[in-house]
Design a protein around this ligand. Sequence first.
Ligand SMILES: Nc1nc2c([nH]c(=O)n2[C@H]2C[C@H](O)[C@@H](COP(=O)(O)OP(=O)(O)OP(=O)(O)O)O2)c(=O)[nH]1
Ligand SMILES: [Mg+2]
Length: 135
Amino acid sequence: MTEVVAALLCQDDRFLICQRPAHKKRGLLWEFVGGKREAGESKEKALVRECREELGITVKVGEVFMELTHSYPDITIELTLFWATIFQGTPQLLEHEDFLWIKVEDIPKYAFCPADEEVLRRLMERGLPRENQPV
Ligand SMILES: Nc1nc2c([nH]c(=O)n2[C@H]2C[C@H](O)[C@@H](COP(=O)(O)OP(=O)(O)OP(=O)(O)O)O2)c(=O)[nH]1
Ligand SMILES: [Mg+2]
């Protein structure tokens, strides 16, 4: 089981999605920025590091939005998705193919990693509740 952390980064009525590098597993599918927790690191610290490495931004990490487990043929992940906001910087394409700020109603237009389906369903049901986002 591999622990993966990811960020639900919101700005107004939009949230950030990132397109995975073509050469990686699940290449070109869309995801939430993040990655694998390293030994000795809290999940929150791991998320701050991943957001820096992948987008060049410093984030403030909020509450957990959702936790789930998903098995791919190559890996089983325990994915923790946190609410987060950008504290410093603007996203840069340091690793991803692309990124987009999208509205909840635009979710069906994009092909996401299969593990994210449950997250996206919940977002479509509930929208982006402002009270869960860190200020
Ligand atoms: N970051 C991220 N990974 C996801 C999501 N959904 C999903 O199935 N995954 C999978 C894809 C990968 O197989 C696995 C680990 O994510 P990752 O590739 O971002 O890990 P990482 O940044 O640490 O990259 P690496 O060092 O292993 O190359 O989790 C998601 O929304 N965000
Ligand atoms: Mg990553």
